[in-house]
Structures are given as C-alpha cells and as structure tokens.
Design a protein around this ligand. Structure first.
Ligand code: ZN
Ligand code: FE
Length: 255
C-alpha cells in the first residue's frame, strides 16, 4: 500500500511524496527544492528516501536533487535525453522501473520539453508539466503536433487514472476552459468547485482523466464546440485536431 501526498514548494509546485508504510521507504517526484523534503524527513524519523523520479530538466523540478542525493542514498531516475543532475538511471519511452514495489511504465511525452517523460502505474500518472488539471504545459521546446500526440497518449490511459501534475494552475486553467467552452456544464461546475477550493486554500489535485476529458480543452480538440470556437476566433474551418490544439495553446499563452 503506497500513500501519496503533496509537499508544497515555491509558490505553486507540488512535490509528490510516495510512502510505503510496510518498509518506511519513500520516494519523491520532481523535488525542485530539497527543503520541503528534508523537513518532512526530519519530522518523520525512521523514514528513508529511496527514490527520486524526475519528469524533465526545468529547475523547479530538479533544483533539490543534488542536495537530497548528498543527504540520502536515493536513486535518481530521469529522462535519458535531458541533462538531469545526479541522475543514476536514464529512462526512455517504454522503459519499466520498479519503485517501492510499484512497476512504473515510462511514457515519453515531448512538448513542454523535448525529453519530458511521465510515469504510470495502474491508475496513477505522474506527468510533470505535460498534462495539467484543465490545461497543459507551455511549449518551450516541442511543437504543437508533438504535444498533441503526447496528450493523446496520456488520454488513452484508463479513465479512472489519477493525474498527479506538478503545478496548482487549475483555477486559471479553468477560466480559460470556460472561455473556450462557455456552454460546457462540466467546466462550469468544476470552475465553481475549484474557485471555492482555492478560496479555502485547498489543493485541487490529483485530478482524474475522466474529469479532464470532460473539462480540459486541450483534450477536447475533437469536440465540435472547441473546433467551432477556434474557427470563430481565427476565421478558419475544419482544421485537423493538432491544428486546433496549436490554436488553443497560442490563445492560452496570451489569455
Ligand atoms: Zn517545466
Ligand atoms: Fe514546472
């Protein structure tokens, strides 16, 4: 039995903490800062940090790795094609790793960065800055076509999959989603719920793929409502899903 909780970092990052209570070993995903992890370890004597999973090379995801490695014997897993400090195991698409007794599939998801990977284990997806709750990562290195393909791969996972992304961007993402689909009742309901959660200081993650498919415009580029909105704004017609995606991403960048 693995328990998953979030350690907040910086202003809107979450470092996911996986705890195996049978062995008192734990793992973290994308520790951009070592301090919250070290504070947790100090407050929980007996627990050992055994593994560090990294999705991509951005500082807010890898900034704490070297300090944590010095302080523990943790093994660092990260994408093979990016420069990851302290990486012990270089991962590529379709690799499999075992962490705390869980088998994770590695899914290459280029777009936000070119080497970005996601980790999937039976209903649990750690996807870094690729799929966000109600949104997706910015295209710093990849093309819209790459990101669209990456999101399609994630969307093909089971609907009840829990989505553990790295940032608390849900509210601003939903405001954009509501602008894209003003007539989507699921988006309106989620915006209302998330607004209340954020006012109360409650985190909005993890999400589920089922909810993302209903409310995340970047997973809904095949929907008539989304296509028509993009056509209406850009004066285009009948665009391919990846072109609809590209137009949405460009709109969101300026929203
Ligand atoms: Zn990033
Ligand atoms: Fe990030």
């Amino acid at each position: 039995m693995i328990q998953i909780t979030a350690l907040p970092a910086f202003t809107d990052n979450y470092i996911w903490l996986l705890q195996d209570h049978s062995t008192q070993r734990c793992a973290v995903v994308d520790p951009g800062d070592a301090a919250p992890v070290q504070a947790w370890l100090a407050a929980h004597p007996g627990w050992v940090l055994s593994d560090i999973l990294i999705t991509h090379h951005h500082h807010d995801h890898v900034g704490g790795v070297e300090r944590l490695k010095k302080a523990t014997d943790a093994t660092v897993y990260g994408p093979a094609s990016e420069s990851i400090p302290g990486r012990d195991v270089a991962l590529k698409d379709h690799d499999r790793i075992s962490v705390l007794g869980w088998e994770f599939d590695v899914i290459q998801v280029p777009g936000h960065t070119l080497g970005h990977i996601a980790f999937y284990h039976q209903g649990h997806l750690f996807c870094g800055d690729t799929l966000f709750a109600a949104g997706c990562g910015r295209l710093f290195e990849g093309t819209p076509e790459q990101m669209h393909h990456s999101l399609s791969r994630l969307a093909a996972l089971p609907a009840d999959t829990l989505v553990y992304c790295t940032h608390e961007y849900t509210l601003s993402n939903l405001k954009f989603a509501a602008a894209v689909e003003p007539g989507n009742p699921d988006t309106a309901a989620r915006l209302e719920k998330v607004t209340a959660q954020r006012e109360a200081g409650i985190m909005t993650l993890p999400s589920t793929l089922a909810l993302e498919k209903l409310t995340n415009p970047f997973l809904r580029v095949d929907e008539t409502s989304v296509k028509e909105k993009v056509d209406e704004r850009n004066g285009t017609q009948n665009r391919a899903p990846s072109a609809v995606f590209a137009a949405l991403r460009a709109w969101k960048d300026k929203f």
